[in-house]
Design a protein around this ligand. Structure first.
Ligand code: NDP
Length: 449
C-alpha cells in the first residue's frame, strides 16, 4: 500500500474510527488520500481549511424501510439508502444499485468516488449514490415494479432536479428507471424529467445513455492506445461481467477492430475465441435475462462456458473489469501479467483491489482507474439533464461525439495533472488530483460547507 502523507494520517484515522465497519469506504478514501501528498505539500490551504476532512463526511445520509408484497402475497422488507455526498459543483448525482450486497459502507464508497468522477467530467454535478439490498434476480416484472414504487414513495422527498438526481447502476436499468419515475410523477403531479436519468429516449431519455459507460470506457482506452501510437486493431480483450457496462464496451471494441474473447457473470465465464457475438449476448442478458451459460449453448462452435472460475485466467492484451468492486485481486493481477496483459482499465467502480493495482504498477502495466474510465455514463446523464432542461433531444451521432470529446478531455486532464505533480503517466494520481482540486476549490469558494 502507498504510504499516506503525514498531514493526511489523522484524517484517515478519523474515518476509520468513526465508521469502523465500512471497509469499502475506507478503501476508496485511502485510494484518494494516497494521491494527495504532492497537493497538500504545494497548497497548504487544503489542510488549513480542513476541506479534505469535510469531503470525507457526506452532506446527508438517508436510510429507510422499503416494504413490498411479492406475487404470492408474502410481505418483504428491504432497506433503502441515499447518500448525498457533495453538492459543491451541482446537484447530487449518482446511480441507484439494487443488489443483496448493498449496505451503507458500499453506498458511501460509491458516493465518495462519484464526487471526484463527476468533477472530472467538467460538468456541473455533485456526487451521490443510493440503492437497496433488494435482489431483482428471479423477480417478476410486477414484483420489480412494486418494489420500485415502494422505494420511490420514500425517496421522492429527497430528490429533485436542483437537489439530487439519481440514475441506474447494478440491477437498475431502464425498466427500473421507468417504474421509479412513474411513481415520482404520480406522487408529485409533476413531469419533472430532470429528476432522474437513464430514461428511455421515447419519454425524456438521451440517445447513447444506455451505451455511454461502456462506449466511454472504450473511448478512454482508445486515447491510451493513441498516446502510444497504437489502436484496438487486432487486440485481444477480456471483459468481466455481462451487464450494461460490459455489453456496450464489447460492442464498441468490436467496432474499433479489437476482439473480445471472454466475458462473465457471477456464475462463471464464457470463452469465445472467434469473438463474443454481441447481438446474441444482448438477447440473453437484456431480453431473456438468462445466465451466461446460455450464451455458450446458443453460440455453439468453439464457445465454452467455464463455471465458477475467474475470467482473469484468460490471456489477453487488455483487461476491462466491468462487474463489481474488488472482483480482481492480487493473484488475478499476477495471472493477467503473466498472460501478457498490458492495459487494465476499470469499467466498474473500484473492481481492482489495492494489491492488484500495486502489482500492475510494479509490472509497468498501464492502469486506469474507474473514476476516470467509466465517467462516460454520468457525463451522458448530465447531457440528458441538459436536453431535459432545454426540452430538446439530440441525435445519436451528435451525442456520441459529445461523449467521445468528454472522454478525450478527461484522459488528457489526467495525464496533464500527473505531469504537473511529478508523476508522469500515473492515471490514478492524475484522476484523483484533478477531481479533488475541482471539488475542493468549489468548496472553498462557497464558505464553510
Ligand atoms: P449490471 O447490473 O448491468 O451488470 C453487472 C454485471 O456484473 C452482471 O454481469 C453481474 O452478474 C456482474 N456482477 C455483479 N455483482 C457481482 C458479484 N458480486 N460477483 C460477480 N459478478 C457480479 O451493472 P452495470 O453494468 O451497470 O455496472 C457494473 C459496474 O459498473 C458497477 O461497478 C457499477 O457501479 C459500474 N458503473 C456503472 C455505470 C452505469 O452507467 N451502468 C456507470 C459507472 C460505473 P450477475 O448478473 O450474475 O450478478
Amino acid at each position: 500500500m502507498t504510504v499516506l502523507d503525514e498531514k493526511l494520517h489523522d484524517i484517515y484515522d478519523a474515518v476509520l474510527r468513526r465508521d469502523p465497519a465500512e471497509t469499502e469506504f475506507h478503501q476508496a478514501v485511502y485510494e484518494v488520500l494516497s494521491s494527495l501528498g504532492p497537493v497538500v505539500a504545494k497548497h497548504p490551504r487544503y489542510t488549513d481549511t480542513e476541506v479534505i476532512r469535510r469531503m470525507c463526511e457526506p452532506e446527508r445520509q438517508i436510510i429507510f424501510r422499503v416494504p413490498w408484497v411479492d406475487d404470492t402475497g408474502a410481505v418483504h422488507i428491504n432497506r433503502g439508502f441515499r447518500v448525498e455526498f457533495n453538492s459543491a459543483l451541482g446537484p447530487h448525482k449518482g446511480g441507484l444499485r439494487f443488489h443483496p450486497s448493498v449496505n451503507l459502507g458500499i453506498v458511501k464508497f460509491l458516493g465518495f468516488e462519484q464526487t471526484f468522477k463527476n468533477a472530472l467530467t467538467g460538468m456541473p454535478i455533485g456526487g451521490g449514490k443510493g440503492g437497496s439490498d433488494f435482489d431483482p434476480k428471479g423477480r417478476s416484472d410486477a414484483e420489480v415494479m412494486r418494489f420500485c414504487q415502494s422505494f420511490m414513495t420514500e425517496l421522492y422527498r429527497h430528490i429533485g432536479e436542483y437537489t439530487d438526481v439519481p440514475a441506474g447502476d447494478i440491477g437498475v436499468g431502464s425498466r427500473e428507471i421507468g417504474y421509479l419515475f412513474g411513481q415520482y410523477k404520480r406522487i408529485t403531479n409533476r413531469y419533472e424529467s430532470g429528476v432522474i436519468t437513464g430514461k428511455r429516449p421515447t419519454w425524456g431519455g438521451s440517445q447513447v445513455r444506455t451505451e455511454a459507460t461502456g462506449y466511454g470506457t472504450v473511448f478512454f482506452i482508445d486515447e491510451i492506445l493513441k498516446s502510444a501510437n497504437q489502436s484496438f486493431e487486432g487486440k485481444k480483450v477480456v471483459v468481466s461481467g455481462s451487464g450494461n457496462v460490459a455489453i456496450y464496451a464489447i460492442e464498441k471494441i468490436h467496432q474499433l477492430g479489437g476482439i473480445v474473447i471472454a466475458c462473465s457473470d457471477s456464475t462463471g465465464y464464457v470463452l469465445d475465441p472467434k469473438g463474443i457475438e454481441i447481438e446474441l449476448l444482448k438477447d440473453i442478458k437484456e431480453v431473456r435475462r438468462a445466465r451466461i451459460a446460455a450464451y455458450a449453448e446458443a453460440r455453439g462452435g468453439e464457445a465454452r462456458f467455464i463455471s465458477d472460475r475467474s475470467v482473469w485466467e484468460v490471456p489477453c492484451d487488455i483487461a476491462i473489469p466491468s462487474a463489481t468492486q474488488n472482483e480482481l485481486n492480487g493473484a488475478d493481477a499476477a495471472t493477467l501479467i503473466d498472460g501478457g496483459c498490458r492495459i487494465v482499465a476499470e469499467g466498474a467502480n473500484m473492481p481492482c483491489t489495492p494489491d492488484a493495482v500495486r502489482r500492475f504498477t510494479e509490472a509497468g502495466v498501464v492502469f486506469a482507474p474507474g473514476k476516470a474510465v467509466n465517467a462516460g455514463g454520468v457525463a451522458t446523464s448530465a447531457l440528458e439533464m441538459q436536453q431535459n432542461a432545454s426540452r430538446d433531444s439530440w441525435s445519436f451521432e451528435y451525442t456520441e461525439q459529445r461523449l467521445a470529446g468528454i472522454m478525450r478531455r478527461i484522459h488528457d486532464s489526467c495525464l496533464a495533472t500527473a505531469d504537473e505533480y511529478g508523476v508522469p503517466g500515473d492515471y490514478v494520481a492524475g484522476a484523483n488530483i484533478a477531481g479533488f482540486i475541482h471539488v475542493a476549490d468549489a468548496m472553498l469558494a462557497l464558505g464553510l460547507i
